[in-house]
Ligand binder design. Sequence first.
Ligand code: FAD
Ligand code: NAD
Length: 472
Amino acid sequence: MSENFDVIVIGGGPGGYVCAIRAAQLGLKAAVIEGRGALGGTCTNVGCIPSKALLQSSHLVDEANHAFAAHGIIVGKVEVDLAKMMARKDDVVKQNTTGIEFLLKKNKVAYLKGWGRISKAARDAHEVTVKDDAGKETAYVAKYVVLATGSDVTPLPGVTIDEKQVVSSTGALVLHKIPKSLVVIGAGVIGLEMGSVWRRLGAEVTVVEFLDVILPPMDGEVRKQMQRILEKQGMKFKLGHKVTAAKPGKDGVEVTIEPAKGGAAEKINAEVVLVAIGRRAYTQGVGLDVAGVTADKRGFVTVDDHFQTNVEGIFAIGDVIGGQMLAHKAEDEGVACAEILSGHASHINYDAIAGVVYTWPEVAGIGKTEEQLKEAGIAYNVGKFPFTANGRARANGDTDGFAKILADAKTDRVLGCHIVGPAAGDLIMEVAVAMEFGASSEDIARTCHAHPQLGEVVKEAALAADKRALHI
Ligand code: FAD
Ligand code: NAD
């Protein structure tokens, strides 16, 4: 007889495993199905965690090459043991995936190993079949099914990813050799983070971007500043260009690019090409058709305000429903979905989800950009403060960037914050809390900030929104 659960989550990424843990905390009998052989999803296995491990290692290389001397630290020629760097990264991933397995056990969540598909949709008793590595199929029944199957790389027509010479982010995390040259297609988050890793390790990096700007959804001023900083670091940009072909051969990959608006084609040669033009919903084999679950034109599963699909009792969260494709957004949706399934009220404030790019300096943004406020016709005040005027940033020797706060001109409520600078991703979190509490820029300005801290830039930006910054 099939084992019964209150909720079965398909997909063990940050959305799925967190959803199951929260459901179990609230008294539901929960299971997670995961097919890749390790928990944590894209994020832990081939995304957030391994990329941050390599960003940290390569940042240290960069510091040793470019920052130590100013501190009076003399090192000889810096050498990179790439195999060791990669082994460390793999170990970090392992610690995280096994940690998640422990968390499931601790919360009495069943971990069902294999690929899951909805085999029968029936009100209050949906059937999910799991196929394990040996090909054995087992059916389970649940009142609720949560689809948390995540996302996959968007392919580029004319470019075949072989994960050797032409790689996706997954291949870019496991290169065995530092390439002499790397062409990155797409100046989005993955392109700039993985481009930074390999540039710091010595590759010549050229980023080809379809639009005329890098990091398209970010605040305009932030984008421009970040482009200048990355160019200063040696990254090259071909903006307003599209890649029409990438031909791998003995001597590398021949990449053909054309101006996006039309014009003569150009060829660039690179040892490795990284395709990073976005991600799309992953729903292959999960049985959307069997269940009658609908997706939008782009393949994202459609849900209502309570994460329920068009089929009663079948829910979806995380990357597979689109929106900001971020691990913390997936996690929060997992929590909210579990709380709703347990009969509680829960919701997500999508206006207060920070996006962070882990280059150095980092880029972080939350809420509205200036462009969005202008388009919506909302009057706002801007407060800006540069890291060059922050004592701690000077002490650290890390003065690139600024913090900018956007506040409603009438009410002073914080509408957005955008930071380029050291640890921008950590600094923006106080603004996230402030926005959750509906704070004004004056609330931030009147909050005593410890000195000397990088976070004082946020306070000074809040003061600047009322034209009363103190340290500039
Ligand atoms: P996923 O993490 O994609 O998990 C889905 C899981 O479901 C997968 O493990 C998959 O194997 C499994 N699955 C799919 N179908 C089935 C099935 N039928 N049966 C069983 N299992 C199935 N986000 C951040 O917030 N910060 C970052 O720093 C960051 N860095 C990133 C770096 C890279 C290189 C990439 C690619 C992404 C990064 N992201 C980052 C994005 C982040 O990884 C995703 O937003 C997040 O993983 C989405 O979580 P999820 O649970 O929705 O899906
Ligand atoms: P992205 O959407 O961030 O950037 C893709 C870029 O490629 C865009 O600038 C787009 O204009 C460009 N592009 C699209 N088609 C193109 C073409 N044909 N030629 C040239 N350029 C083209 O996507 P990504 O960088 O692949 O990342 C995927 C997802 O993963 C993102 O949604 C992101 O949120 C998530 N992610 C997050 C983090 C983080 O939070 N630090 C890190 C990595 C990935």
